[in-house]
Design a protein around this ligand. Structure first.
Ligand code: FMN
Length: 171
């Protein structure tokens, strides 16, 4: 799959087949995550691979849009390590870039994935931190549910030329 194909055909997948994901694919996905660009090359990210069924099943208790996690064999929690920050607040963009790399890498490996927002929702941040026992300096940013797809979704055509401007805007 070339990179434009991967970007244009990726969709959020929320139904998964009950199959484990090989460890080598998880590692490739994590390598893709850590290949993301980051401000000042700060690389503030740290990751937690969650494949304990009991832990996964508890997530919808504090996350209102995470029911699909109950059928996902594994999820990757993207976090930021405050001790690595060189400036305040830029980490959010870095972690978002890493999260998107995870989605695209998963798609490239024919896996399904969906981004579940955690930060800055206080209840979700607290819930995730407690669930996997994060130390105080680790901030959970997003969770990506992964699995072999049990649904097919067509590419979305969201191209809208009206949203494109060139140089100075006309009013
Ligand atoms: C910051 C962010 C938070 C999201 N949180 C959730 C979520 O909690 N639950 C969910 O099912 N999807 C979530 N999504 C996925 C979006 O719903 C999805 O990307 C959007 O509907 C577009 O669909 P697509 O990914 O198939 O192109 C999130 C996406 C982003 C970027």
């Amino acid at each position: 799959m070339d990179v434009i194909d991967a970007i244009m055909t990726r969709r959020s997948i929320r139904r998964y087949r009950p199959l484990p994901i090989p460890e080598c694919d998880i590692e490739r996905i994590l390598k893709a995550a850590m290949a993301a660009p980051s401000s000042k090359n700060e690389q503030p990210w740290v990751f937690t691979v969650i494949d304990d069924r009991e832990l996964l099943n508890k997530i919808p208790k504090f996350h209102p849009h995470a029911e699909m996690i109950k059928s996902s064999p594994v999820a990757i929690l993207v976090c930021a390590d405050r001790k690595r920050f060189l400036s305040e607040n830029i980490w959010i963009q870095d972690c978002a870039a890493a999260t998107l790399n995870i989605l695209l890498a998963a798609h490239g490996l024919r896996l399904g994935a969906v981004w579940l927002g955690i930060y800055p929702r206080v209840e979700r941040v607290r819930g995730m931190s407690k669930l996997v026992n994060l130390p105080k300096h680790i901030v959970p940013f997003s969770l990506v549910a992964l699995g072999y797809p049990a649904e097919k979704r067509s590419p979305a055509d969201r191209f809208d030329p009206d949203r494109i401007h060139r140089n100075r805007w006309e009013h």
